[in-house]
Design a protein around this ligand. Structure first.
Ligand code: FSO
Ligand code: SF4
Length: 546
């Protein structure tokens, strides 16, 4: 059958090669193709902006936001709405033309920076010549898209920080320069490897910026017990990663008789002091993103997606799904509001008032809030437990969850860990084991959840602090092993950031990315000891051999 699209950016790529007829995620060919073209013109805009900087001219903050938000729109499970994507595309082309006019030197500008499509048909027709398969060399293609996917993750985190009023010109300038370089056919494999590693360093900076934005806005996460049961009021379920959206919704629902629950990656919002004052912030409902079809159905009230991961909704509850920001789905109500603007949730709140209370899925609790400030406050206790031999090893099991059946490995692995091992986690990967009764070691829980996927940064801060506390020269000498699950492009920047921090021997599962060519995979294996996932037994032997 003839291919109508090509996408291999996430862990669900068909056959671990690529989705060619339609996405496992539900993305249709037109959507995928429009996303490829949106990325292409964004690379063009980035080239013009980088040229302007090189000419010593200032680049408006709106350009930084445009580049980052366009990339965010193309992250897996964010936007399925062709109309929205085509409109971002047309706006970008127009803004690029305006910016181009400020350039003194137009020589060598790429097609991406100058192309102006007449309509949507022209956009779609462009896709095959600008998407993944437009690069013929296996290794250049692999590195180019590894870089672009890492930049998508970085862009998403930069956007979260920007929304809270935090940005860094150096981060945006690098992001755009690196994007522009993906248009340069003169770059060699070595040049691209250097850029990918540089992206990792900038990924650390971006996550540090977001950590600062989150903690200065909402306080440092604290150890918190989050209920997983339901109350009797109608509710609104908030998913995704955007804390500012949640804050605005909590403000507007106060006193309305509507409770607010978190889903998936929004769970860690409960750990922030600023959100504890809302009595109607009721708890966490359900599990990781991929279980939403059943869970949204049973929630009965409106569901609000602030970022990915959205699964194409069933007809039975589609009218209850509201999106905002980078997220979109045809037929779902999109709540507008840009940087610094208040969003109006009155329609969503009115909708909730006419819905039944959520159906109870469970009635337990999840304990979390072990971001770096909290763990470092317990440092003496942790160091004592390590010195006394009560804690033999920390196992970093951060990352993403997903539908692949092989991911039951992570539950089995967590259950089979020796009793003197502590799990450090962040991201939605934790739902594979955060409701198990794994106990504690001298009062230190055996699952320490730092927060969302971006809070993997916290785990790195903890590791670096422990390295200093134990007087070690190398972070790899710590009793820490890395068994990470990945799904989409934010996990790519997290991985590159860990590599930039010098972390070696990371095990990545449930499959290695389809976008790694054999040679690029070899570079990662030889230089960083990256390995895939084995069986629970083999991996336990490997990790606990010494
Ligand atoms: Fe999960 Fe989705 Fe947070 Fe990702 S909800 S999978 S890496 O978007 O971002 O961890
Ligand atoms: Fe396939 Fe993932 Fe791309 Fe969706 S995002 S089309 S599942 S590779």
């Amino acid at each position: 059958m003839e291919s109508t699209m090509f996408c291999y950016q996430c862990q669900e790529a068909v056959g671990n090669r690529g989705c060619v007829n339609s996405g496992m995620c539900g993305k249709k060919p037109d959507t995928s193709n429009l996303q490829d073209v949106l990325v292409y013109v964004t690379r063009g805009l980035a080239q013009v902006a980088s040229r302007l900087r090189a000419e010593g001219k200032p680049v408006d903050a709106a350009v930084n936001q445009r580049v980052a938000s366009n990339l965010f729109v193309t992250v897996t499970n964010a936007n399925f709405d062709d109309r929205a994507i085509a409109s971002h595309l047309a706006d970008t082309v127009r803004e690029t033309a305006a910016l181009r006019a400020q350039l003194s030197n137009h020589e060598g500008l790429s097609d991406a920076a100058t192309w102006e499509p007449a309509d949507k048909a022209a956009m779609l027709a462009k896709a095959p010549s600008v998407g993944v398969m437009a690069t013929s060399d296996d290794d250049i293609r692999s590195l180019r898209w590894l870089l672009i996917y890492g930049l998508k993750g970085m862009a998403a985190y930069a956007e979260h920080a920007r929304i809270l009023g935090y940005d860094q010109e150096e981060i945006d300038a690098f992001l755009q320069e690196a994007l522009a370089k993906t248009l340069d056919d003169a770059l060699t494999v070595d040049d691209l490897i250097a850029l990918v590693l540089e992206a990792g360093k900038r990924g650390v900076d971006t996550m540090a910026l977001l950590d600062k934005a989150n903690t200065e806005s909402y306080g440092a996460p604290e150890i918190t017990t989050v209920p997983t049961g339901v109350r009797t009021n109608p509710g609104i379920l908030v998913s995704g990663h955007d804390l500012h959206d949640l804050e605005m919704l909590l403000e507007q629902t106060a006193g309305s008789g509507v409770d607010v629950y978190t889903h998936g990656e929004m769970l860690p919002a409960h750990y922030y002091p600023a959100f504890k004052k809302y009595d109607h912030f009721a708890g966490n409902y359900g599990n990781a993103w991929w279980q939403q079809k059943e869970e949204f159905e049973q929630f009965n009230g409106p569901v609000f997606l602030t970022t990915n991961c959205l699964v194409p909704p069933k007809d039975s509850y589609r009218d209850r799904v509201y999106t905002t920001g980078a997220v979109g789905f045809p037929g779902c109500k999109h709540i507008p509001g840009g940087l610094g603007e208040q969003k109006d949730f009155s329609e969503l709140i009115e909708h909730a008032k006419h819905c039944d209370a959520p159906t109870e899925l469970e009635d337990g609790k999840i304990v979390g809030g072990f971001a770096h400030t909290q763990v470092l406050a317990l440092a003496d206790k942790v160091i004592e437990a390590v010195n006394a031999g009560a804690i033999k090893k920390f196992v970093v099991m951060a990352g993403c969850d997903g539908r692949a059946t092989g991911r039951s490995y992570y539950t089995d692995f967590a259950e089979a860990l020796p009793q003197d091992a502590v799990i450090l986690t962040a991201g939605c990967a934790k739902y594979r084991y955060n409701k198990l009764e794994l106990g504690d070691i001298g009062g230190i829980p055996r699952v320490l959840d730092a927060g969302q996927c971006n809070d993997s940064y916290s785990l790195a801060v903890i590791a670096l602090a422990l390295k200093d506390a134990f007087g070690l020269d190398d972070v790899n000498d710590l009793p820490i092993v890395y068994n990470i699950a990945w799904y989409e492009q934010k996990a790519v920047i997290v991985l590159l950031a860990l590599l930039a921090l010098g972390v070696k021997n990371i095990h990545l599962g449930p499959t290695l990315p389809a976008f790694l060519s054999p040679n690029v995979a070899k570079v990662l294996v030889e230089n960083f000891g990256i390995a895939g996932m084995g069986t629970v037994e083999d991996d336990l032997d490997l990790f606990f051999a010494s």
